[in-house]
Design a protein around this ligand. Structure first.
Ligand code: UDP
Length: 330
């Protein structure tokens, strides 16, 4: 029995596959390589290149492989881009989920661990955020993920497809040996952009907004190491396979860092000056997003290994130094 990782060539997906294989699981990857990288796919995973909106592709895959459960991390995930191109998000994310669920139902695959997001909460009513808190997304990315969560819930009711939705806060870092890491084109995420400046590939960091309702005026986010996220998926899958009911869990470190604090931490880790300037707000950014992850710790037994943002940045810096241009396949 194999685990299907949809989106297994992506940043989080490639770390997910690496961890599953390290733990002796049989892994199948589906990815259309629109943003993922062939070189990021573990050589021991069986790779099927195709799109989760393509029912024929999925039917062929489910016929050739015996899939026990699906880890669904195949979605577009850029807040800013979703504000200017919302239909791209509803098409890839929501339509992809419809087709994947149809294929799972047709091939009697009953378990899904789904990559959801803190962006489902919108502007949080309290901090840290708990799973049952009010959800009112303020960008199409978060809206698409919330719709996807609702869709699986109804498929659980109707077809008994059990799921765990994992609402990630800010995924960051890389495998400590620097062999896989984050490589987006264009890059929009805070840590890789800061490290591009540190590596001399970009003049300066632009900090988007300095008048938010936070202690230093810049956005506060909760950074969680990508391998800790991967471990939570394995725990979630085993939780479902053990017969437990569908659930949602927040995954974060429970500590918020402002963009200014992240910059200061990166200066310490890299020893580089990293010039920065204040810039206008980016659309769709809530002031602060910090997780209460106690439910995942208590119910799944999740124990994140990285609890210091400097250590997280250090792993991203190791990747940057060993792969200054990323996978070099674009
Ligand atoms: N950010 C920034 N400058 C950049 C990129 C990001 O100030 O060049 C800010 C962004 O506005 C947000 C935080 O960094 O407050 C984290 O953004 P990122 O895109 O990394 O993740 P998101 O929170 O959108 O998932």
């Amino acid at each position: 029995m194999a685990i299907l990782v949809a989106g297994g060539a992506g940043y989080i997906g490639s770390h997910m596959v690496d961890r599953l294989i390290e733990k002796g699981r049989d892994v199948v990857v589906a990815d259309n390589l629109s943003t993922g990288h062939r070189k990021a796919i573990h050589p021991k995973a069986r790779f099927y290149q195709g799109d989760t909106r393509d029912r024929k592709f999925l039917d062929d895959l489910f016929e050739q492989e015996t899939i026990e459960g699906v880890i669904h991390m195949d979605a577009f995930s850029l807040v800013g881009e979703s504000m200017t191109n919302p239909l791209k998000y509803f098409d890839n994310n929501v339509v992809g989920m419809v087709t994947l669920l149809e294929a799972m139902q047709a091939h009697d695959v009953k378990y899904m661990v789904f990559s959801s997001t803190a962006a489902t909460y919108g502007i949080p009513e309290k901090s840290p955020i708990q799973e049952d808190d009010h959800k009112a997304p303020i960008n199409p990315y978060g809206e698409s993920k919330l719709m996807m969560e609702h869709m699986i819930r109804w498929c659980d009711e109707a077809y008994g497809i059990k799921f765990v939705a994992l609402r990630y806060f800010n995924a960051a870092g890389a495998k400590a040996d620097g062999s896989i890491g984050e490589d987006h084109h264009p890059e929009t995420h805070l840590i890789p952009i800061i490290l591009q400046v540190a590596a001399g590939q970009r003049d300066k960091l632009q900090i988007f907004g300095n008048d938010y309702n936070t202690p230093d005026g810049t956005n506060v986010r909760d950074y969680v190491h990508v391998l800790d996220l991967a471990d939570a998926h394995i725990l979630a899958l085993d939780y479902l396979l053990a017969g437990h009911d569908s659930q949602a869990f927040n995954l974060g470190s429970s500590t918020g860092f402002s963009n200014q604090q992240m910059l200061a931490a990166a200066r310490e880790v890299t020893g580089q000056p990293i010039p920065a300037e204040n810039a206008p707000r980016r659309g769709g950014d809530p002031d602060s997003l910090v997780a209460d992850s106690s439910k995942a710790r208590e119910i799944l037994g999740w124990q994140p290994q990285y609890d210091d943002v400097h250590d997280i940045i250090r792993t991203a810096w190791a990747w940057k130094q060993s792969h200054p241009e990323g996978y070099q396949d674009r």
